[in-house]
Design a binder for this molecule. Structure first.
Ligand SMILES: C[S@@+](CC[C@H](N)C(=O)[O-])C[C@H]1O[C@@H](n2cnc3c(N)ncnc32)[C@H](O)[C@@H]1O
Length: 372
């Protein structure tokens, strides 16, 4: 096979050039020559050795050096790969040992082959599932198992996030690893609020899912005095309970001292808009998390009464809003607080990430004081 011989320091430059021009032979590695130069493998479309493009560098005939595949597509049959070059999945998501991938209709017949190739390339993956879209009231994903390393097709698995472990189940409960930064920011806000109040906090997380936000908060010694957590999806509550039990057991106090007892430590399967009817929840928390992005703002009048009165409290929420409606939505949040008897001390309404051309995923954080 023809190879381009270049000084070692120019290897990256020539690799990029050959890749861009599509002259690079795929699945073949760069060889180090006895004189220290590097030999880059070329395919048949690369120009002949006397072409000016090589700038005087020599072309050699060498035996091809096979390269360990670095991408799952390298495990596909080359003819199959070339026949659908632009239709293979470009991205996938993993939750624990479960890989979730969207597969285009045009390559659906090769879905199991894709899954096998992914299992071969990614040793930490146990199960590869096709993502058939969200369904049902709780907007969970419809997953079709395509290939399993050990024959098990259970989608319940465990993820590590910011140093704590969480049980998740992508076919039954919403969870997004992409929002882990939001959990870190929630922790930072909680620390500021705790410093301001001079004590541990009671948190309400009524749309908790499997409890990733509680994970971040409970991981911090003595930041949390107690919590009310819940979800309307019974499958979420089952995992939430398991996660909160584990997180509570792992909790540490300051400087290795035993952690303080958590009181309250409520977990419920209940519509968040009904929590305010329960005396135990009403005016009980310092920090309120509202994560129901399609309905967060509409739910505010029903969940703001969970915040304590006559002290500083914080609301953190997430909402999907139309780009041209951001001003109106900001006003809806502010109005909900005013109507609940609140005075706003600080207000932030920021985009988390681009959602689509017309919609954006927003985070709001409001420091306030509700009067009696
Ligand atoms: C976007 S997810 C957020 C989950 C979690 N906070 C997270 O960050 O991973 C919204 C959650 O709210 C739950 N949910 C939907 N409607 C609800 C309601 N009326 N009351 C309580 N939970 C609800 C869903 O089951 C889902 O788990």
């Amino acid at each position: 096979m023809r190879h381009l011989s270049v000084p070692s320091a120019q290897t990256q430059h020539w690799l990029e050039r050959c890749r861009t021009e599509k002259w690079l032979m795929e699945h073949t590695g760069v060889t180090t020559l006895p004189d220290g130069k590097k030999a880059i493998p070329l395919n048949d479309s690369a120009p002949p050795s006397d072409d000016e493009v090589w700038q005087g560098h020599t072309l050699l005939e060498l035996e091809a050096k096979s390269k360990a595949p670095s991408h799952w597509t390298e495990h596909l049959d080359i003819d199959l790969y070339e026949a659908h070059k632009d239709q293979w999945p470009k991205a996938y998501e993993t939750q624990g040992d479960v890989l979730i991938v969207k597969i285009e209709d045009s390559v659906w017949d090769a879905a199991e082959t894709v899954a096998d190739a992914m299992l071969t390339q990614l040793p930490s993956v146990r199960l590869v599932c096709a993502d058939l879209g969200v369904h049902g009231d709780f907007r969970v994903r419809n997953l079709l198992p395509l290939a399993s390393r050990d024959g098990t097709v259970e989608t319940k698995t465990r993820v590590r996030e910011n140093g704590y472990l969480l049980w998740v189940d992508p076919s039954k409960v919403y969870f997004s690893a992409r929002l882990s930064n939001e959990r870190i920011e929630t922790l930072e806000t909680a620390q500021k609020l705790s410093n301001h109040l001079g004590r541990g906090l009671v948190v309400a997380d009524p749309y908790a899912g499997v409890g990733p936000s509680m994970g971040a908060l409970l991981n911090e010694p003595n930041l949390i005095r107690g919590y009310h957590a819940g979800d309307l999806n019974p499958d979420a509550v089952e995992l939430l309970k398991a996660n909160l039990t584990h997180l509570s057991e792992k909790r540490k106090g300051v400087d290795g001292a035993p952690a303080t007892h958590l009181d309250p430590s409520t977990v419920v399967c209940k519509d968040a808009t009904l929590w305010m009817k329960d005396e135990a929840f009403l005016q009980s928390c310092d920090l309120l998390l509202v994560n129901l992005p399609h309905d967060s703002i509409g739910h505010l009048p029903k969940v703001l009464p969970l915040l304590r009165r006559e002290q500083t409290t914080v609301l953190r929420g997430w909402a999907i809003v139309q780009r041209d409606q951001q001003g109106a939505d900001q006003k809806r949040i502010q109005d909900a607080i005013t109507q609940a008897g609140g005075t706003i001390q600080s207000f932030k309404f920021d985009e988390v990430k681009g959602f689509s051309a017309s919609k954006s995923f927003m985070r709001f954080e409001v420091w306030m004081r509700l009067e009696v």
